[in-house]
Design a protein around this ligand. Structure first.
Ligand SMILES: [Zn+2]
Length: 287
């Protein structure tokens, strides 16, 4: 699996570079990825099963925009496999995170080193945008001290399964309220003066979960976070066993599919092993 891709596009006629960077790999239980039930039943079902998925990427998306560098999520770090990594969170979180997921992350795969490989100093980044507060999306935060880290206010107030002991002590996210409509999504907000980068409330996986869209002259890039783990899962209307709000998740799928019917859209979720290739080929989502 290739873990780094760069695509040059244009937006309003101006060049814009998008990098897909995987900060290592993750495996989950098959019954977690494709759940047969929801809620507690789903949790028992996957916790009792033994079969893991194939390795999946942990994508961080980096956008070199004329208004600065934007980083979507921060990925995982190499300390995740240390014995005491989850201990401060209590016995259940420790047991859960060390038995239900497998991670493979080297120091070189962490976001700071991969940004430097692209000639970008982490602290020169304009904004980091978090889709939600799960560990494999926030575990690279420590490299962005002094950078504005944007989090949807609802995600901040209602985190689902986050692990606050992992945040650096200086971490104080910039909380954003979403009050602009965008197509059929009511809660969104533009992040650039050009109006082409937008944060969109896509609840389900967590209550405040957000996706990010980037309008380019070639199509709408839709960085879906964990709306679904893969594009195939969205096509199948499948759901993971970790959804905080399964009903909202179904609504989000419907809105996203309706948007993809109206406008050419490239769907890029955080753990889809084909997302990098899809970006390179600009493969549109079709149902
Ligand atoms: Zn997640």
């Amino acid at each position: 699996m290739q873990l780094q891709y760069t695509k040059t596009l244009t937006s309003n006629g101006k060049p814009i570079k998008v990098h897909a960077i995987s900060t290592g790999l993750v495996k989950v239980k098959e019954k977690y990825l494709n759940a047969r039930f929801t809620g507690l039943l789903a949790a028992f079902d996957f916790m009792l099963s033994k079969k893991f998925t194939e390795w999946m990427p942990i994508w961080v998306w980096v956008i070199e925009h004329e208004e600065g560098v934007f980083v979507i999520d921060t990925g995982e770090n190499a300390q995740i496999n240390q014995k005491n990594y989850f201990k401060p969170a209590g016995w259940f979180a420790n047991w859960f995170n060390t038995t239900q997921f497998k991670f493979e992350v080297s120091r070189e795969q962490e976001i700071d080193q991969q940004l430097r490989n692209l000639g970008i100093e982490p602290q020169s980044v304009h904004q980091v945008i978090l889709t939600h507060r799960h560990l494999d999306h926030v575990d690279g935060i420590s490299y962005f001290e002094g950078v504005d880290i944007l989090v949807h206010r609802i995600e901040n107030e209602h985190p689902h399964g986050d692990l606050p002991h992992l945040y650096p002590n200086w971490f104080e996210p910039v909380l954003i309220d979403l009050d602009e409509p965008f197509h059929n999504f009511k809660k969104t907000k533009t992040l650039t003066k050009a109006g082409n980068l937008r944060i969109i409330h896509t609840p389900g996986h967590t209550k405040g979960h957000c996706s990010i869209s980037l309008e380019t002259d070639e199509g709408l890039l839709f960085f879906g976070g964990d709306v679904s783990y893969t594009q195939q899962q969205l096509l199948n209307n499948g759901h993971s066993g970790g959804d905080a709000e399964p009903k909202k998740s179904i609504e989000t799928y419907q809105k996203l599919k309706a948007l993809a019917k109206k406008t050419p859209l490239i769907y890029l979720p955080s753990h889809d092993s084909e997302a990098g290739e899809r970006l390179m080929k600009m493969e549109f989502f079709f149902e």
